[in-house]
Ligand binder design. Structure first.
Ligand code: CO
Length: 213
């Protein structure tokens, strides 16, 4: 698809199809949003968040970056998470990675990648934390796939370290944090079935931010 003007034609057709099935679709959409999900995924063009989850506009708040990272010093992701937790009261926060992720692949190369170095350092840190497990995998593709999964798990832990997430969960039992991997070869989502409450309890030994006093 390289026809710029085609986008606006597509957009008009999309508006027509939405209003054909519900004449008030955009009137209702304009009132407010009440998404139950925050999705944090990779910017890769092959993973359209709403489409793979089967969700309509208004049903999922989306944040994407290269490698689906949740860095403590990234004000962008911090703003998204705090807004979703404190104001939108989302029930679920999903970190979704994907196999064949270019960001993860780049991070696996031990060389200078210029401006990418500080961002990919986060993924290289994940490799270092899990070096023994990863180095024991002889097959390179399998090692790459496993790093994708471990990166999702570590980014979920980074979400759980955030004060607003811990405080809101203490008050309401939500949000629950989930780790997923999207398989670009099949289109299927895999739930890594992380034990959110166990991770929360474990990390609170060090990162307990429940109390503001
Ligand atoms: Co990617």
């Amino acid at each position: 698809m390289d026809n710029y003007n085609q986008i606006f034609e597509n957009n008009r057709k999309w508006v027509a199809s939405k209003t054909a099935s519900d004449a008030d679709f955009f009137k209702k959409l304009a009132v407010d949003q009440d998404p139950q999900f925050l999705y944090i995924g990779c910017s890769d063009s092959r993973i359209p968040a709403n489409a793979v989850m089967g969700l309509e506009p208004g049903e999922v708040f989306v944040h994407r970056n290269v490698g689906n990272l949740v860095c403590a010093t990234d004000l962008n992701v911090a703003t998204v998470i705090n807004y979703c937790v404190r104001h939108l009261n989302v029930k679920h926060i999903v970190v979704c990675g994907h196999y064949n992720c270019g960001g993860v692949k780049a991070a696996m190369q031990p060389k200078d990648l210029g401006i990418l170095n500080p961002w990919l350092r986060e993924i290289r840190d994940v490799y270092r934390l899990h070096k023994e497990e990863l180095n024991a995998i002889a097959d390179e593709q399998q090692r790459y796939d496993r790093l994708v999964e471990l990166n999702v798990e570590e980014q979920c832990i980074n979400v759980i370290k955030i004060a607003s997430v811990q405080q809101k969960f203490e008050e309401t039992g939500y949000p629950v944090v989930h780790g997923w991997v999207f398989d670009v070869k099949t289109g299927l989502l895999k739930d890594l079935k992380l034990d959110f409450e166990k991770i929360l309890r474990d990390i609170q030994e060090i990162y307990n931010l429940r109390d503001t006093k």
